[in-house]
Write a protein that binds this ligand. Sequence first.
Ligand code: COA
Ligand code: AMP
Length: 640
Amino acid sequence: MSAISESESRVGGYRQAFDQSVNDREGFWLDAAKLIDWTTEPTDALDSTAAPLYRWFAGAELNTCFNALDRHVLAGRGDTTALIYDSPVVGKKKRYSYATLLDKVARFAGVLADAGVTKGDRVIIYMPMMPQAIVAMLACARLGAVHSVVFGGFAAKELAARIDDAEPVAIVTATGGIEPNRVVEYLPTIATALEIARHRVGTVIVKDRPEVPGRAVDHASAGTAWWDWDEQSLTATPRAAVAVAATDPLYILYTSGTTGTPKGIVRDNGGHAVAMAWSMKNIYGVGPGDVMWTASDVGWVVGHSYIVYGPLIAGATTVLYEGKPVGTPDAGAFWRVVSDYRVKTLFTAPTALRAIRKADPHAALSRQYDLSCLDALFVAGERLDPDTWTWATALLEKPVIDHWWQTETGWAICASPRGLEELPLRAGSPSFPVPGFNVDIVDEHGQTVPHLDEGNIVISLPLPPGTLATLWNGDERYVQQYLSAFPGRYLTGDSGYIDRDGYLYVMGRTDDIINVAGHRLSTGSMEQVLAQHPAVAECAVIGVHDEIKGQKPMGYVVLKSGTDITDDALTADLVAMVREQIGAVAAFRDVVVVCGLPKTRSGKILRKTMRQIVNGEDYVVPPTIEDTQSIAVIEATVER
Ligand code: COA
Ligand code: AMP
């Protein structure tokens, strides 16, 4: 039994639900499955026949888009607002009822079908935060096609890697996105990605934005048709929802791994729908008539789950905000949106709160707005530091609930599940494991560690519905990367501890993944880019503490002997290369030239020790170090 399940601190509705999820898994999840409309009802919850790859609700059938739209219209709620679009960057605000959204989705499903997209085909969606991104996702789901949304801040090379892995029939895009300081044209990026990729994409469908130059028609290229979204919609026939197996994939979402190759997280239809419906009710306490605003991006998992699928499956109203927490136009933007749309539940990343706090330390701007509608603020994406938690709690006088999750899990592993029970919160902790997630902290031998000792955070298999089914084209990779270290347990890649009352504390990654402004990035992929520079002999990228973004990448570079390049010129080159090959979102701006990197005698760079030195943490020099002087070299860079 894990330290968590021994805890006596959990009481009432939460404890009952957690215990049932462990002791009566079938009953618990079959009961949760009643929140979904099935074309073939599930008779069993878990299918363990291919363990350690588990499947949920095998034999059942449903359509996720039907659950997100049609069923609410059929229940007479067609006039209810499904989606509110608010874009300070283009100066637009618009409401879509469930009936209107259904109409648009069914028609766009017709456009996709005309492009040859059928059940099981992949479609890449590379779009900014505009309603058509949601329409495209739901239209794929309607046809039983598998979408893969790629965040607009990624460059052509990253997009090409995803095209080659997912092998999409079509790409859906827009002419571009709008960042506060510039317009980001998407079509040249798509064209370059298509040139780099080996896979041939049949059709690119482009939603024209008047604010961004470019037209589909200008990009005719060999083997790929370029269509205009609006033009094709005029002649497309609306499509009905297609029933798919609960175990069929709904989407692939690529995320950073330790190496530069992105991993395609595969989400199924049935387990995901159940997890979304259950979590909306029991974690967030949001249902029909409520407004939920998740201030993230549809390109991230948080956006998939709680901008798009969760709120719509629950029949609530979701807000799609195309803007930033600060600068569009000011640090009062979040409070304006909450007040304007009577948002009940706000979900954002700690970095957004820190950015607001820096611009408006006493939250003076919040006093211009009536925030009485707000029930709770949820945060995730990185650790919510106690200072920011205290600030936000005092400002809102509402619960500020940190909850911990990953792209892989698709929903929260640990939270204070407000819909089940209001549990006391503690600074720095995302509270308790959510029902279905049997969390433990283990040492390197897989032994549970005592309370307060830090170790690897693991989750006993099976993971609950809605978590990753596998990696796209990568069952073996999934098992090797997540399930092999501690057989029978899923390795989260995070380290942390549990206090005596059962509260979990997540302290950081055990691998080379970093979290920059809530964006998950691989330092390995940045190192691959730096290593291509002709002057670079070797390099290491580490995550260093940043006041607003939590972390920022910093490149340590050793030059080839005889190289004649100034530090400034080298930095400019490397920053431009990372921006071009990974994307602006990497926020790579800092380079330090050193005469050597600390390494073990077998040649492994001591990145963890470097990180500890640069971040001012305690560190122990590993006995296997090749040259102790190399530590002084890194220490000297901190003193500079
Ligand atoms: N398309 C194209 N470029 C993008 C982009 C997108 N969708 N999103 C970010 N970028 C670019 C930015 O324009 C910036 O480019 P620049 O170097 O030319 O200035 C770069 O990527 C880095 O962006 P970011 O890390 O977001 O920094 P910022 O200084 O622009 O903004 C914050 C800082 C804190 C305001 C912003 O990061 C933020 O709102 N974070 C919240 C993130 C979030 O919600 N994450 C979801 C996880 S739950
Ligand atoms: P992503 O896959 O982008 O959602 O990033 C997942 C990683 O972000 C996790 O493995 C954690 O390292 C970190 N993370 C997310 N939410 C939290 C949280 N509430 N507290 C601490 N770390 C978090």
